[in-house]
Design a protein around this ligand. Sequence first.
Ligand SMILES: [Zn+2]
Length: 290
Amino acid sequence: MAVLIPTVLVVLCFVSFGICWPLAEDNYLDEGNSVDGDVVIDLSSLGPEAFREPDEKSGEALSNWTSTSEVNPEETGEYLEGDILMPPGSLRNGMRDQSYRWQDGIVPYVIEGSYSTEQRNLIMKAIADYHRLTCIRFVPYTGQTDYLVIQSKNTGCWSSVGRIGGRQEVNLQTPGCVSLKGTVLHELLHALGFMHEQSRPERDHFVTVHYRNIRAGAENNFKKADAKSTDDFGVGYDYNSVMHYSDKAFSKNGQITIEPKVGGVKVGQRDGFSRGDVRKLNNMYNCSKE
Ligand SMILES: [Zn+2]
């Protein structure tokens, strides 16, 4: 449609000696869901709470995380759903509810954080998984307009959702956010356009959320997205997704907050991509890789 309408109008312009050209331009721009041909990610389900500055409080909370903790490091933050942060005023055209996919799945990136060799290797292993299993390509930043900065400030684990334009930060504080490969995969999936698995519109068919166990003030982290603003890319609810919270996320009493409706199922793994994660990412980025 985005191509068809201007084409028809250009043909009309030729017929009418060009007098309708400005109209054609307007129509193209007014389509609203396509800026320089990019594919839009609908952020309207996140709401205004997603737009904020990073803070050291989240960094302090994360510094108490250890590998024996019962939740994942990215679930300890004060940000929306723990780790979603859209810098205020960051989105192009001031659009609050849209970000974009990365064109052709190419993501220029630079590591600015200070990481040990081991931590840097973990980040590179996560990137290698993207290259092995998907068509996403992380390429070294050489001055591209839109790019990802991997940094290690003391503000926790966080990322924006989708490509927001310009310099875009993903924070992986040490050591917490670079302890599990799945945390790195998780934050990068946010940057590529993924939301959390348990915020899918149909999640109540698959898990029970126990609100009585959720910390006061954290209830908002268990909101569901609207069906009209999300796309499952043909992949069903995935308990095994690296984007699913663990079952004690935001618990105030050590009791579970998310219970799968199927017995014996675990949620919150951070070992690696699930098959569903890979399929969804490949469908999102029109990749035919199996
Ligand atoms: Zn997350």
